[in-house]
Ligand binder design. Structure first.
Ligand code: CAA
Length: 286
C-alpha cells in the first residue's frame, strides 16, 4: 500500500467489455488488479474472457506464455465493490447510467481506503457531478478509455471542478504506465472524443434516414474517403446504438443546443432493441 501518487493495486469496477479491457492492460503492465462486478461470478466471467484473449495473443506470438501467466496471477476477481478495500485507485466502468454511477461512487467512497483515487470511465457524464456524490471530490477524476482498450492508444483525462493536482498527476502516470497516450478535456458534455465523434455518427444515421446514401455507401464513403478504419454506421454498431443515443442525449440536454438532436432513426433502432453487435442486429446483422 502506498500514497495516492503511487498506484500499485488497481480496482476495476465493471467486468464488461470496457472494464475487462482495462483490467487486461493493467495486469499486463504489472499492476495488481482486483476485478469487481455486481457479484463474483460476473467478475470471474470477465477474467475468463481476458484469459481467452491473452491466450490468442500467445498463439499469435504477440505475447510470451510466461508474461500472460504472470499477468493472470496478478488479476483477482472479487465479490462486489465492498471487497475493494486494499486498492490505491479504482477505475469504474459500468453501464453509462447516471443514477447507477452516482450510487456506486457513494459505495466506493465508503469501501475504499481514504487515499484511493476514484476514476470514472464515463464517456459523457460530468465528473464534477460524480465527484459530488463522494466525500472525496478532490480524488475523483475522469479516465476515459476507448474500445477496444487493448488496441486503442488513447485515454482522455478529465478534471472535475474539485480534482486536485496530485490526483491528476497520479492518473496521468497510471495511463502512461498502461502504455496509453493522454489528452486532457474540460468537464463539458462529451469531453473531446465524443463531442466530435458522436455528432459524426448521428449525421451518418441522418444521411441514411434522409436517403442521401445507402448504408453501404455511407460507410464506404467515410471509410475510403476519410481513411477511417470502420465506416460510421459499422462503428455505431460496434459501440452500441444505445450508448450512441445516450451520449447524444447528454450532448443535447447538456448544451441545450438543437444541433445535437439525436436522429429519430437512431432512437427507433434502440426502441426496437436493435443495439448493434451486442444484440445481433443494428445497421448490420451479426
Ligand atoms: N480486444 C483485444 N484486441 C482486439 C480486439 C479486442 N476487443 N479487437 C480487435 N483486436 C486486435 C486484433 O487481435 C488484431 O490484433 P493483431 O493485428 O495484432 O492481430 C487487431 O486488433 C486488429 O483487429 P482485426 O484484424 O480483427 O480487425 P481490424 O483490423 O478491423 O481492427 C479495430 C479492428 C481495431 C476495432 C479497428 O476496426 C478500429 O480501430 N476501429 C475503430 C475503433 C474505434 O474508433 N474505437 C473508439 C470507439 S469510441 C469509444 O470507445 C469512446 C466512447 O465513449 C464511445
Amino acid at each position: 500500500m502506498s500514497g495516492a501518487s503511487q498506484i500499485n493495486t488497481l480496482g476495476v469496477l465493471g467486468a464488461g467489455q470496457m472494464g475487462a479491457g482495462i483490467a487486461h492492460v493493467a495486469a499486463l503492465a504489472g499492476l495488481e488488479v482486483r476485478l469487481a462486478d455486481a457479484d463474483l461470478a460476473r467478475a470471474q466471467a470477465g477474467k475468463a474472457g481476458i484469459a481467452a484473449r491473452l491466450a490468442r495473443d500467445v498463439e499469435k506470438g504477440k505475447l510470451a506464455a510466461e508474461a500472460v501467466e504472470a499477468a493472470l496471477a496478478r488479476l483477482t476477481p472479487v465479490d462486489g465493490l465492498a471487497a475493494l478495500t486494499d486498492v490505491d485507485c479504482v477505475v469504474e466502468a459500468v453501464t453509462e447510467r447516471e443514477s447507477l454511477k452516482l450510487e456506486l461512487f457513494r459505495q466506493l467512497d465508503a469501501a475504499c481506503p481514504p487515499h484511493a483515487i476514484l476514476a470514472s470511465n464515463t464517456s459523457s457524464i460530468p465528473i464534477t457531478r460524480i465527484a459530488a456524490a463522494t466525500r472525496r471530490p478532490h480524488k475523483v477524476v475522469g479516465m476515459h478509455f476507448m474500445n477496444p482498450v487493448p488496441v486503442m492508444k488513447l485515454v482522455e483525462l478529465i478534471r472535475g471542478l474539485a480534482t486536485d493536482e496530485e490526483t491528476f498527476a497520479a492518473t496521468e502516470g497510471l495511463a502512461r504506465r498502461l502504455g496509453k497516450t493522454t489528452v486532457v478535456a474540460r468537464d463539458m458534455p462529451g469531453f473531446i472524443v465524443n463531442r466530435v465523434l458522436m455528432p459524426m455518427i448521428n449525421e451518418a444515421v441522418t444521411a441514411l434516414y434522409e436517403g442521401i446514401g445507402t448504408r453501404d455507401d455511407i460507410d464506404a464513403g467515410m471509410k475510403l474517403g476519410t481513411n477511417q478504419p470502420m465506416g460510421p454506421l459499422t462503428l455505431a454498431d460496434f459501440i452500441g446504438l444505445d450508448t450512441c443515443l445516450a451520449i447524444m442525449e447528454v450532448l443535447y440536454q447538456g448544451t441545450s443546443d438543437s444541433k445535437y438532436r439525436p436522429c429519430p432513426l437512431l432512437r427507433q433502432y434502440v426502441d426496437a432493441g436493435w443495439l448493434g453487435r451486442k444484440s445481433g442486429r443494428g445497421f448490420y446483422t451479426y
